[in-house]
Write a protein that binds this ligand. Sequence first.
Ligand code: XIL
Length: 366
Amino acid sequence: MIDRRLFLAGAVAGCFTPGSHGRAAETASLGHRAGTKGLDFGYMLNDAAIAPQSPVGAIVARDASMVVPENAMKWSRTVDAAGSPFYDQADRYVDFARTHGLTIRGHTAFWYRSIPAMAESALQGPEWRATLLARVQSIVGHYRGRVAEWDVVNEAIEPRDGQAGGLRIAPFGRPMDTGYIADCFFAAREADPAAHLFYNDYGIENADAASDTKRAAVLGLLAELQRRGAPVDALGMQSHLGVTWRIDHGKLRAFLRDVAAMGLRIRITEMDFRDSDAPGNIAARDALTAGYARAFLDTCLDEAAVKGVMCWGVHDDQSWMQGDAHMKRADGEPLRPLPYDAQLQPKPLWSAIGAAFDAAPVRSHW
Ligand code: XIL
């Protein structure tokens, strides 16, 4: 049975008829192709993408089933000058999603890197726990019934900080601990009992020793949260990947199985592909990226607990990586991390994602 919204998305793309195969199916929207397998697919949105008449917004409306704001729901973006909750800009993203019939995910209730100045001092004082939980309660409650899922806590693990369990020492001087992380989940559940609640992190996809350590720490954190009865529904795996980094597909597959065995769902939440040191011309780089993405997605989508894939942006020009000095290419060329190029044309990466959806086993939609 095909969901009406997906049917319309396919019809709008002008290339979907029930039971179609071959060429037509290969050009249908990614959201549609994902949807036939019980998956969601979508894009991160920024302010430009949700502006009226944005061509990027039009691509998203056509190609996605789910969206997530890049920054607009982060703590430091959702307070007024006095530090009180202020959701006007974030609300525009929810309006965009509603207008286009898209599901919206909330990112993020608590991230150590997005703390407003006022809260920063409160977090160092005796009221720190109340301050943090009030924030979680406020944003999740504001969007109760309107935002489908939340990254309740983002990036709590940094094994190099040397804490027990690999937990991060946040910049406000308070080490992360499973007690208050669990409380964030309790607060979120109370604020919106229907929202799906995620722990979201990066650096868990690759073959290097750092990924091994981080995978173990993530499993440890999730187990500890469950032991405390915290209402965690899913793991968000950011998947900011590098096309020359090695993936151990056996280890990655085993990790996803371990997460699923805990009764948790999984979403790839921020996928993009850094090609900083990929050799060759644009065609060669794009081919490498497409092949890397296809292999990564094949491994991930084999796990039925994986419920969807989000890209951290639509087109290359929009990627957060372009401005980062550490990610620059030696030849000075811009990176090509996303499914569409700067002229908004779909790239081989777009086709690879679609082909991975076409090849994926069917699962029950979340
Ligand atoms: C990034 C945004 O893309 C940038 O615009 C912002 O300056 C910093 O945050 N992991 C996350 C995202 O969870 O929120 C980050 O987004 C990228 C890394």
